[in-house]
Design a protein. Structure first.
Length: 504
């Protein structure tokens, strides 16, 4: 209860005019940055950091935090409307969100994303309020062995994305893993599969691949099928028409609540971040949700899983940042740089020596979350006007966004070439019924898995026993085996029961 008493003191500081204004500016800019493909929260916070140098530390961190979680809201906009995720965590949102847009339900998809983002963000902030030091300590228990077991568990979820023909899904998975292995070995420093191209030494960047496979492949589709590609035409969309009915809200709530808790937990893990949180929560929802079999076809439950998770992960990332001074993502590292720039030393003593700073920041996140959902809902009618633009005009606009977004990822023209190549690969995969989601999931997980796998073996002298002697790692491995075997056993039991019930 002491934490919540401190929180009320934090609200007194957060509600001052200056801090309210910075929360508003940060949230608004975060939404704008998130909706622009390729920029993301890392670039947004990096660009704003110098502007906060002469600001009060509390106001400065409130603004940067607003950019961070506002970005999670904005990333869904372009993902849903244009099939171009504004940021990596919005990849899973695009799968169901754009499917709903093609079914003339863009308004409902946007509203579902905003509601789930608000729920997930609120859950993450509540958990951060009550358990920040505890969460940070738990995150420290996840060393290389535990991360390997967690990622292997995540890999088992790829089987739920395979589609009707598993061999197509496996091919996509292997392709994603191979693309992730291009570049320098993260442990030994060896160069692999680069063909001597220096641009590939650091590996392929995720954002250009996503933009290409989602956005540019769509441009190719529009050009090759000019007569069959249509947007919404003259359909009128409004906030009233975008409101969710009771059944849709009932479908969103359990998925958003579960994904909020799961996303917050993943957000505190070192190197995991909102992207992996979104993937894992979506796959979990696909497995346990009542409409899991319809994920990917355009259901609000799928949007709720990914959006709640990435917002909760953004809040969860502040636990190790403030309590231990350990950034769990690139954006958190920028925020850490800001804290040190202002002369603050994150760690266990920060909550006691700088209590006003910590609790006013957490209080501002509650305020900023409300600001974000109000802005996001208010702009729905304006956003959906994009869909009234004829496809002949929309194609060059989307292509321009793809080029700019890919270049902005690293300010490197080579990423534009990667985006174009990924676009043609994505177009080929879509045309031949190969699912893209397993490819992207494998690409995201493989690099982190390889690094932690190598580190775990080095720590234990090359012996695999480390994965079975660590309690958390062993528990996750057992859970993974159960995840694989229980459905198979249940299926055989059900089949034998049905056979026994048939008359001889």
């Amino acid at each position: 209860m002491d934490n919540f008493a401190h929180l009320f003191q934090g609200f007194a500081i957060a509600f001052t005019p200056v801090n309210l204004l910075t929360a508003l500016v940060g949230a608004f800019m975060g939404i704008v940055v998130g909706a622009m493909p390729g920029i993301g929260s890392l670039a947004g916070c990096s660009l704003l950091l110098p502007l906060t140098f002469h600001m009060d530390p509390t106001a400065g961190i409130i603004m940067l935090a607003g950019v961070y979680y506002g970005n999670m809201y904005g990333g869904a906009f372009s993902a849903i409307l244009l099939n171009i995720p504004g940021d990596a965590p919005a990849v899973m949102t695009a799968i169901d969100g754009y499917a709903m847009t093609k079914r003339r339900k863009a308004g409902k998809a946007l509203f579902a994303a905003n509601l789930a983002s608000f729920i997930g963000g609120t859950i993450g902030i509540l958990i951060l309020t009550g358990l920040a030091p505890t969460l940070a300590a738990l995150g420290l228990k996840f060393g290389p062995a535990e991360m390997v077991s967690l990622l292997l568990l995540a890999f088992t979820s790829i089987g739920w994305m395979m589609g009707d023909d598993p061999k197509y899904g496996l091919i996509s998975t292997f392709l994603g893993a191979m693309l992730a292995l291009i570049g320098m070995d993260p442990v030994n420093g060896q160069i692999r599969f680069t063909g001597g191209n220096i641009n590939l030494y650091s590996g392929l960047t995720f954002i250009p691949i996503v933009i290409g496979m989602f956005g540019f492949s769509q441009v190719i589709e529009m050009v090759t099928n000019r007569m069959s590609f249509h947007f919404l035409g003259g359909e009128k969309l409004s906030i009233k028409g975008s409101l969710l009915n009771r059944e849709e809200v009932k479908g969103i709530l359990p998925n958003a609540l579960r994904s909020g808790v799961l996303g917050c937990f993943v957000g505190i893990l070192p190197g995991a971040g909102a992207t992996i949180a979104s993937f894992i929560s979506y796959m979990t929802g696909k497995r346990v949700s009542k409409k899991g079999e319809q994920f990917g076809e355009g259901v609000v439950e799928g949007i709720a899983c990914s959006e709640a998770a990435n917002n909760a992960a953004a809040a969860g990332a502040f636990a190790p940042l403030l309590s231990l001074g350990l950034p769990g993502s690139g954006t958190a590292a920028v925020l850490l740089g800001g804290l040190m720039m202002w002369g603050l030393q994150p760690g266990p003593r920060l909550f006691t020596e700088q209590a006003d700073f910590c609790w006013s920041l957490i209080a501002s996140m509650y305020i900023g979350n409300i600001i974000c959902i109000l802005i996001a809902i208010a702009v729905i009618p304006f956003l959906t006007k994009i869909l009234k633009v004829p496809a002949g005009i929309m194609a060059p606009i989307i292509m321009t966004l793809c080029v700019v977004g890919s270049y902005a990822a690293n300010n490197n023209i080579f990423d534009v070439y990667v985006m174009i190549a990924a676009g043609f690969i994505g177009y080929f995969l879509n045309k031949n019924k190969y699912p893209i989601a397993p490819l992207l999931l494998a690409f995201v997980l493989t690099g982190t898995l390889e690094k932690n796998f190598s580190q775990a073996f080095k720590i234990n002298g090359g012996s695999p026993s480390i994965f079975f002697t660590k309690p958390i790692s062993l528990g996750l491995l057992i859970f993974m085996v159960l995840f694989i075997t229980v459905p198979m056993v249940m299926k055989k039991v059900k089949a034998s029961k049905n056979t026994g019930d048939q008359p001889g």
